[in-house]
Design a protein around this ligand. Structure first.
Ligand code: MRU
Length: 360
């Protein structure tokens, strides 16, 4: 499996996704601030991978902090959380990853017995947060595999599935969300050809989805972003499956810019549009897609391609990194807890209460 990121004794090691597919090189982040830079610069990207990276960043910061007292360490933890939280605003997994380690830290501090020396308290707390960060990594892979089992039967046994951006092993600790469902279908014997939207401007589809699927011998064809309507009109697409960065409490889905257009095209052509995302991507505190913060990235990503200027000086530039697909376009949401279907809010409330879907 492709090692998107991993905990090592010297820090968190990341596969540099900015260099794929031409170079496979790794970057070592030795402090939480370096993890923040890695997330901001999209050396690691994709909602679940961002969540696990943030958790590991927190654990790294707690392990490495020079604080002399637990009280001083607690202040450092607030700074770490703040720095990591100001990297990328859209994927709710970022905040989930930070909070998972911060809340464990606070619980551990409260639980320390009075007769334990401060040195021993440091050792216990540090050991526990590092173990938790490693658990987040393992759980993420297990979650992706479960999503694969939950959703694979939705895909055709023989046919073509279109995807947008990269929701694969590279967007998670491994295996992937949307591409994990495709992998599981293929493992179950389905013959699936994948159409990968190139996904301008960062080209996650052309560079990353095509690269990782071809490593698994899953036939993949790259499309420019404006070609999917033509192919859908020709009957060449049997299903669409994408990931998500945040799903609001009404089922609206924030995902890579361009997803909304694909969803409308799918609806117009009667093609099912599936979203695969872990429960951690569902944000019950955000009522609808209109409340999801959309990251605006640098104009340079649009004006330049491979370092070469593509637009005239003076042209206005837009670069929203995500858009919101209203839930009415979503056929089903695949999570590790089961399938969510419309009406999404009710379906999510039931899943939140029981940990399971009420209906498949
Ligand atoms: O800007 P990115 O590359 O981090 O955006 C990634 C996506 O939009 C993915 O589709 C999303 O995170 C889902 S991956 C499970």
């Amino acid at each position: 499996m492709i090692p998107t990121l991993e905990w090592t004794d010297s820090g968190v090691r990341f596969l540099d996704q900015t260099k794929l597919p031409l170079e496979q090189i790794y970057v070592l982040a030795t402090g939480y601030d370096e993890v923040a830079t890695v997330i901001r610069d999209m050396i690691v990207r994709g909602a679940p991978a961002i969540g696990v990276s943030a958790g590991m960043g927190m654990a790294l910061g707690i392990r490495n902090s020079p604080a002399a007292t637990i009280e001083a360490l607690a202040k450092d933890v607030d700074v770490m959380a703040d720095v990591l939280a100001h990297t990328r605003p859209t994927a709710v997994n970022l905040f989930w990853g930070i909070e998972r380690i911060r809340s464990l830290f606070l619980k551990l501090v409260n639980e320390q017995p009075d007769d334990r020396s401060e040195a021993d308290q440091f050792a216990v707390i540090r050991g526990e947060v590092v173990a938790e960060a490693k658990r987040m990594y393992d759980e993420d892979i297990a979650t992706c595999k479960t999503m694969g089992q939950v959703g694979e039967h939705l895909l055709p046994r023989e046919g073509t599935v279109l995807t947008h951006c990269n929701a694969g092993a590279l967007c998670a600790a491994g295996y992937g969300t949307a591409l994990g469902v495709i992998r599981a279908a293929v493992e179950a014997g389905a013959k699936i050809d994948v159409l990968a939207d190139e996904t301008r401007p960062y080209l996650q589809g052309a560079r990353l989805t095509a690269w990782e699927l071809l490593q698994d011998n899953i036939p993949t064809t790259v499309l420019c972003d404006n070609m999917s309507g033509y192919l859908m009109g020709k009957g060449r697409v049997q299903a669409v499956i994408v990931g998500a960065d945040r799903i609001a409490a009404n089922g609206d889905v924030a995902n890579k810019i361009g997803t909304y257009s694909v969803a409308i095209l799918a609806k117009e052509h009667g093609i099912p549009f599936y979203v695969a995302a872990p429960w951690a991507t569902i944000d019950m505190k955000t009522a609808s897609g209109a409340d999801i913060p959309i990251e605006q990235r640098s104009a340079y990503e649009v004006t330049h391609s491979n370092g070469k200027q593509m637009t005239p000086d003076g042209a206005g530039i837009e670069n929203p990194a995500f858009d919101v697909t209203p839930s009415k376009y979503v056929t089903a949401i695949i999570t590790e807890r089961g399938l969510l279907r419309a009406p999404y809010h009710e379906s999510m409330l039931a899943m939140q209460a029981t940990g399971h879907a009420t209906a498949a």
